[in-house]
Design a binder for this molecule. Structure first.
Ligand code: PEP
Ligand code: MN
Length: 339
């Protein structure tokens, strides 16, 4: 499987900063034998706090053009509006991403999709800040319907009211479900915005590879300590190259050992699916008896007996955790059916 590596600073700060970062990235990627596919830099930054550094704006386009010319790597920037998209087109930037904040607003996303319609732009669609798979998928569909052939998803985690070691909660099930719904769509992970701190980035990047993600978008700065935004999460180009070249990349290809194990799994799933249904049918019959004989639906003692049947393999704590949830669901749906 081809991997897509995107790296570059959070924000375009100056021509010197972009060129220095790009130069080091090219040098380090050559040393590590890694191919940098896109150089990222936010030129308009959406910041929570007014007065924070907002990127250099339109002034940064010639700097990015110089990066593209000097290093032969395509630049990509974030766009939040149709107008910004048009500016990118006029400056020869052909790759853009739609950020997590914009992605909560389908009207704005549609306006960008309309502006890019029928072009050869590559469009990366970040997950919206809220954990809403349908919204993320809907945004992706807007670009696919606009005839964009190169659409990619970027997972960067979700805002979570609860304290988390990461800046954003990964909720891996959402990008995994997206992959199941749209298997042809490349999906990248942005561990920088997900983690918020350099120290968690390697483990999250590896996890994304284990899940079969197609690449990574990572923030890199030639001097992270001096970065004007997201200083705590930017890697140096050397750290980036070490990370990417050290990843254990997982293939998607079919494997004979896997095929064999999967045939056993298929057999178990078929039996399980039939058994679960049989159980539901029995529950319905029990419900009829209870109704006819005026017996209460909820019978706590009987449920304790049921739970006891699932006490095998206590040594496997992960399995016990699963069973706890499974039995709760079983009990709830059994009661619901009996009503
Ligand atoms: C970014 O990539 O620069 C950015 C702002 O990311 P996000 O939209 O994921 O917060
Ligand atoms: Mn950033």
């Amino acid at each position: 499987m081809e991997r897509i590596w995107i790296a570059g600073p959070c924000a375009a700060e100056s021509c010197e900063q972009l060129l220095a970062t790009a130069a080091e990235l090219m040098e380090q990627s050559a040393l590590a034998g890694v191919h940098l596919d896109y150089f990222r830099a936010g030129i308009w930054k959406v910041r929570s706090v007014p007065g924070s550094f907002c990127g250099a704006g339109e002034e940064a386009f010639p700097w990015l053009q110089e990066v593209q010319r000097t290093y032969g790597v395509p630049a990509c920037v974030e766009v939040m509006s149709a107008r910004q998209l048009e500016l990118c087109a006029s400056y020869g930037i052909r790759t853009v991403w739609v950020g997590a904040r914009t992605c909560v607003n389908p009207t704005e996303v549609q306006q960008i999709a309309d502006a890019v319609r029928g072009s050869d732009f590559t469009v990366l669609v970040k997950n919206p800040m809220i954990p809403d798979l349908r919204l993320w998928e809907g945004n992706i569909e807007r670009f696919l319907k606009a005839g964009i052939r190169q659409v990619m998803a970027v997972h960067r985690g979700f805002t979570d009211a609860q304290e988390n070691i990461y800046r954003n909660a990964p909720v891996w099930q959402i990008p995994i479900d997206l992959k199941v719904h749209l298997p042809e769509l490349p999906i990248l992970c942005d561990p920088s915005h997900l983690c918020g701190q350099v120290r968690w980035i390697p483990q999250v990047a590896q996890l994304a590879m284990n899940y079969g993600f197609n690449g990574l978008m990572i923030e890199c700065h030639h001097n992270p300590a001096q970065a004007l935004s997201d200083a705590e999460q930017q890697l140096t180009p050397a750290q980036w190259a070490t990370l990417v070249s050290g990843l254990d990349l997982r293939a998607n290809a079919a494997d004979l050992d896997l095929v064999k194990q999967r045939s056993f799994l298929e057999n178990v799933d078929n039996q399980l699916s039939e058994l679960l249904y049989q159980r539901m049918v029995l529950v319905d019959e029990i419900a009829e008896i209870k109704k006819a004989k005026h017996i209460a639906v909820v019978q706590p003692k009987q449920w304790q007996e049921v739970v006891k049947r699932y006490q095998k393999h206590r040594e496997d704590t992960a399995y016990q955790k699963f069973l706890e949830k499974f039995l709760e669901l079983l009990h709830q749906s059994s009661i619901a059916r009996q009503h």
